[in-house]
Design a protein around this ligand. Structure first.
Ligand code: ADP
Ligand code: MG
Length: 699
């Protein structure tokens, strides 16, 4: 593989700050910077000047087309390419790209999901440039990150509400900082998403219709070796995988994506990539790109990258950890315990805001990661439970307890902690990062939300997190502004918040049965196990009120999103169900039948040669397999019937409940019998590659 000069390579395909500063006139540059940093309106002349430079730069880099790149509610990105060419009077072409084309696009968007927001006769939505996320070149195309809205102004994408939620948090956090005597330009949330994925051999993949149609295996018996040896985790990276990672890093670096660490994960064939954190909306765009490029690069290396949350039953699934914090334009991390007592008080207030947010809006966080795929992980004792709780670690918990009870803190000073007077102990990462079972853990200077599925867009959970924290901060600012004795009021407030929300704090084992009991029965935390359980809570009054009051969503946007998410769930499982039926009828039953024929023929032949042979193996196998085929037939009919019933159900809430209660149990039942048959039949007759082949064939 060719060797690259990384600093030279990095960001070479991005119209980033370096390029803007070098190419734009200083007036244009500073005006664009104001738009980026302070959300100031962009004027037309500036747009025109930026467009011209962007085009020249892109053409120099070999681009021929441009596209408005956006994130519709399908969960993946969309692009429609236009070429730069415009006919010139002399019969040739010139490369053109106007300010108008930069700012606004009109994709024919009638077939993107809108949940009724955009009647199909009014097919046009429009895309609007997001100057806070840099344009980049991919496949000879200049990609302009954009938001996607209907002409009525309703958001049809994930970026718009994310940007709105960042603004909401910015506004409230600045109010709080003002109380601490700090004027800042902006407060932004930052995210570093750790991405897990599987790599399987392309030839194997192509033999499995379930992987092709649904991204996961719907059948498959466990191989003799799974992940029990723990020999894969952080283990030696296999040469083919290593070549893939090198190529992937180069591609990501070109796009200015800060791919930093890579290692093997728990399951065989499972890996992880973590970038260095960046501003949330950039991190979101970058994570979408990362997922896309992972899949492309894997193909080049004869492999397929599986981003599904649970590609293999019985083997660890894939998640995504959303490391989240808030920082000012001056680079102060608001979740970093400070150096002085006063900074500590500020830290504790922001910490409280997050704790309260997670407690008040557990359901929103849970539903923000709810998909059919992720339902297989949450609560399956490998991923965090579906119950949302916050891990703070012993030290910080002890500090909060001391504040709540006005009692001496057991740390070095052994004194009653008074905010604004005492410094906090330094929290080393080691003391806070031990509990891997917690869905929402404080890790020294950031929180790590670990419930996301590997294929989730990180936009969804960050919209909820930003909004909920903005709401806590709003309440605090309302209460503290204009108070004469700020320190006492602050102390009282923090004490009160700790007392009120301590039920969400849990440092113990999130996988244990006792926790489920305690969380739900004693603490009253919600345990929303599946997508149909969780999603309807988006429309709970308290949730709608909060999201609407911060102008993150409108009422109709919330209704449409709930509908679309449930629809996605129904469609996903429906496709899985039909794929199972198809595989059973077309492949599994005929394969078992062929094997039975072999066994029967062998038995009768053997018996005709010698009356002494018993044929115990042949006969017992035949009997059990024949029994299994009968079960399989019954179970596949059950599943067909359940899927048929769904066809008549137009209401998505009802349909999703039918899937949860009827379709999925029938799918599992069917699978159980087929997997048992796989264990009995010969490998030769089996129609699809086994788990062993899928998991262990890449070297
Ligand atoms: P690990 O979780 O594997 O131990 P780290 O804690 O070092 O690794 O980092 C995990 C992720 O958290 C990385 O993507 C890192 O960039 C990100 N991260 C670190 N600091 C912050 C921050 N202030 N805000 C958001 N993400 C951060
Ligand atoms: Mg982590």
């Amino acid at each position: 593989m060719e060797k690259h000069n990384v600093p030279e390579l990095f960001g070479s395909m991005v119209f980033d700050d370096r390029v803007m500063r070098a190419r734009l006139s200083s007036d244009v540059y500073s005006s664009l910077r104001k738009t980026i940093d302070e959300n100031e309106k962009l004027n037309e002349d500036v747009a025109e000047a930026v467009a011209k430079e962007m085009r020249d730069w892109a053409v120099e880099k070999g681009a021929t087309h441009f596209t408005h790149w956006f994130q519709p509610l399908t969960g993946i990105t969309a692009e429609k390419h236009d070429s730069f060419i415009t006919p010139s009077p002399d019969g040739g072409v010139i490369m053109e790209f106007s300010g108008k084309e930069l700012i606004k696009g009109e994709p024919d968007a009638s077939s993107f999901p809108s949940g009724g927001l955009r009647a199909t006769f009014e097919a046009r939505g429009y895309t609007a440039w997001d100057p806070t996320s840099y344009a980049f070149i991919k496949d000879h195309t200049l990609c302009i990150p954009t938001a996607f809205c209907s002409y009525g102004g309703d958001a049809l994408d994930k970026k718009t509400p994310l940007l709105r939620s960042m603004q909401a948090l910015d506004k409230q956090a600045k109010r709080i900082l003002k109380l601490f005597g700090k004027e800042v330009k902006y407060v932004r949330t930052s995210v570093g998403p750790e991405q897990e994925y599987f790599l399987v051999d392309k030839e194997m993949f192509e033999k499995r219709p379930d992987l092709i149609y649904t991204g996961r295996t719907l059948f498959g018996a466990m191989p003799p070796k799974g992940q029990e040896l723990d020999d894969h985790y952080f283990g030696m990276i296999k040469p083919r995988v290593s070549a893939f990672m090198e190529d992937l890093n180069n591609e990501l670096w070109k796009l200015g994506i800060l791919a930093k660490t890579e290692h093997n994960e728990v399951a065989p064939a499972q890996h992880e990539l973590a970038p260095i954190f960046s501003t949330t909306n950039v991190a979101t765009d970058n994570n979408q790109l990362t997922m896309e490029i992972m899949q492309k690069v894997a193909r080049k290396h004869g492999m397929v990258c599986l981003l599904h949350e649970k590609p293999f039953a019985g083997v660890n699934g894939s998640g995504k950890h959303n490391n989240w914090s808030m920082a000012t334009d001056q680079g102060t991390n608001l979740l970093s315990p400070g150096e002085t007592p006063y900074e500590n008080a500020q830290f504790l207030l922001f910490l409280c805001a997050v704790i309260q947010a997670v407690d008040d809006y557990q359901d929103l966080l849970r539903l923000s990661v709810a998909t059919a795929g992720n339902d297989h992980r949450l609560g399956a004792n490998e991923a965090p439970p579906a119950i949302i709780s916050v891990f703070l670690g012993d030290e910080l918990s002890a500090v909060l307890e001391a504040i709540k009870t006005d009692s001496p803190y057991e740390g070095k000073e052994r004194e009653v902690l008074k905010l604004g007077v005492h410094t906090l102990p330094r929290f080393s990462k080691d003391t806070t990062d031990r509990n891997r079972t917690s869905p929402f853990a404080f890790t020294g200077n950031k929180f790590e939300f670990r419930s996301l599925g590997s294929s989730n867009s990180i936009a969804c959970c960050n919209i909820m997190l930003n909004s909920a924290v903005a709401e806590s901060l709003r309440q605090y600012a309302d209460r503290l502004e204009g108070k004469d004795d700020f320190e006492t009021s602050l102390h009282e407030l923090i004490k009160e918040v700790i007392g009120k929300h301590e039920r969400i704090l849990f440092n113990g084992n999130g996988y244990s049965e006792e926790w489920v009991k305690e969380a739900t029965e004693v603490r009253g935390l919600s345990n929303l196990k599946t997508t149909p359980d969780a999603m309807p809570h988006l429309l709970d009054k308290k949730n709608m009120d909060m999201l609407m009051s911060h102008k993150v969503f409108t009422e109709s946007e919330l209704h449409s999103r709930c509908e679309i998410m449930l629809e996605n769930y129904c469609k996903t499982v429906n496709i899985e169900g039909h794929t199972m039926v198809d595989m059973v009828r077309k492949n599994y039953l005929p394969a078992i039948e062929r094997y039975l024929f072999n066994l029967a023929q062998t038995t009768s032949l053997m018996k005709s040669v010698s009356s002494n042979v018993k044929c115990n193996y042949e006969i017992s196998t035949m009997e059990r397999l024949s029994e299994l085929t009968d079960y399989i037939l019954e179970r596949v009919k059950d599943l067909e019937e359940a899927l048929d019933k769904l066809k008549g159900q137009d209401d998505v809430m009802a349909a999703s409940a039918m899937i949860r209660d009827d379709v999925i149990p029938k799918m599992e039942h069917l699978r159980k019998h087929v997997d048992e048959a796989e264990m009995l039949a010969s490998e030769e007759c089996w129609p699809f590659p086994s788990y062993g082949k899928l998991l262990f064939s890449v070297y």
